[in-house]
Design a protein around this ligand. Structure first.
Ligand SMILES: Nc1ncnc2c1ncn2[C@@H]1O[C@H](COP(=O)(O)OP(=O)(O)OP(=O)(O)O)[C@@H](O)[C@H]1O
Ligand SMILES: [Mg+2]
Length: 408
């Protein structure tokens, strides 16, 4: 019995210890599984991190490369832009912007360079490294006003003789070039409009562009020499190239006296710049044919200070005076500016009689001012009395301006 018992106990122990072992193992398994799970989670987190770091590193590498490239580019010496004067096999004569000419080599890979092209040249050796394919015309369009004006002949009052002459000199050659060929005469390349401010010079130029459906390219002389120091001559060249490309076109050079005034000497660099720009303008005018479908209209308030080179035969040799309107002219101008106004019992004839020495621009100001008189009184129509008040107001404004001008 005791034996059996002993055995039993023994057996029990085995069973017990086996049970304990199984429990332990399960526990351990659980712990291990948890650990594995944890490790797996960590692995996932690490691999996400790794992916992110790799991505970041690739971004940084790209940034580094870009910066490095830029740095390398910045370290390169800049190239000069020069004009190619003539090509002789693998050599060429070039002209730098300062006017100096050089005889230099052309890099072998450049095949199709010709005189008149622009080239990039090495600063030291001055050899041509590349052809310069600048989209000049695109650039020039940023600096000048190019458009198709809407003003037509009917928006001009008076100036009958002037309009007739402009039609003959500008409009006819553009619209009927054959006629000139048949008759065998060359029309002028352009005209010069001169006269006091506000008399309609710009208006006339726009009207003729509109009636001929020509591209209107507006340049202001003073801007050409002030804004584009060192670039004036090039800009003139580009403007003419643009005009030829967009032909028929009209180049309107306002304040042409800023470019083409008589100068005593050309001492300062500013004066030399103006004279270079002016020389380029003359060269461009001489360079195109009268029937090239490009016309030039110059305008100035100061015909007296113009360099005669600009008005020599073959250049802007038609001088047209655009003076202050006569009484009849003033009436016509008033009619133009009142077409859309709501007038009641306004005697324009009397307004014209009372506005001696008023320019077209001043007459327009009178109409606007008269309109304001009505608006101030909350009226929807303009009376004769409004006009009389307006005339006085504009006259006083002008006198004040004149006085300020004299003092300044
Ligand atoms: N003959 C005219 N007929 C109708 N409107 C005119 C006339 N003259 C001038 N004007 C009016 O005056 C405005 C200014 O005229 P415009 O700019 O043509 O003068 P301008 O002669 O070019 O002056 P500036 O010499 O100052 O450049 C025009 O927009 C127009 O409204
Ligand atoms: Mg003008």
């Amino acid at each position: 019995m005791a034996k059996v018992n002993e055995n039993d106990t023994l057996n029990n122990k085995v069973v017990y210890s086996q049970t304990v072992n199984t429990v332990d193992l399960e526990e351990e398994n659980k712990i291990l599984a948890e650990a594995v799970e944890k490790l797996e989670q960590e692995r996932k987190a690490i691999s996400t991190n790794l992916a992110r770091v790799e991505q970041e590193s690739s971004i940084l590498r790209e940034l580094f490369n870009n910066t490095n490239n830029e740095l390398n580019n910045l370290k390169k010496p800049s190239l000069l832009v020069a004009d190619v004067i003539s090509v002789h096999g693998d050599k060429a004569t070039i002209k730098l912007p300062n006017g100096n000419k050089f005889y230099c080599y052309i890099a072998q890979h450049i095949k199709d360079i010709r005189s008149g092209d622009a080239a990039l040249v090495d600063q030291k050796s001055l050899n041509i490294v590349e052809k310069f394919e600048a989209n000049d015309n695109f650039e020039v369009e940023k600096y000048v006003i190019v458009g198709k004006p809407k003003e037509d002949w009917s928006s001009i009052g008076g100036l009958k003789e002037v309009v007739r002459e402009i039609k003959e000199v500008i409009e006819l050659p553009l619209t009927k070039p054959k006629l000139f060929e048949s008759v065998g005469i060359k029309p002028p390349k352009g005209v010069l409009l001169y006269g006091p401010p506000g008399t309609g010079k710009t208006l006339l130029a726009k009207a003729v562009a509109s009636s001929t459906n020509a591209t209107f390219i507006e340049v202001v002389g003073s801007e050409l020499v002030q804004k584009f120091i060192g670039e004036g001559a090039k800009l003139v060249k580009d403007i003419f190239a643009l005009a030829r490309r967009k032909a028929p076109s009209i180049i309107f050079i306002d304040e042409i006296d800023a470019l083409a005034s008589k100068r005593m000497e050309t001492g300062t660099s500013g004066e030399r710049e103006v004279s270079r720009t002016f020389m380029q303008l003359l060269a461009e005018i001489d360079g195109f044919k009268p029937l090239d479908n490009v016309k030039i209209i110059g305008a100035t308030n100061r015909a007296d200070i113009l360099d005669t080179a600009i008005i020599r035969p073959g250049r802007l040799d038609r001088l047209i005076e655009v003076g202050l309107p006569t009484e009849e002219g003033r009436l016509e101008i008033l009619k133009v500016h009142t077409t859309n106004m709501n007038l009641r019992k306004v005697v324009l004839k009397e307004v014209a009689a009372k506005t001696e020495n008023f320019s077209g621009a001043e007459l327009q100001a009178v109409c606007t001012e008269a309109g304001y008189c009505a608006i101030r009184e909350n009226r929807e129509y303009v009376t004769h009395n409004d006009y009389l008040q307006a005339i006085e107001r504009v006259r006083i404004d002008e006198e004040e301006d004149d006085a300020a001008g004299l003092i300044g």
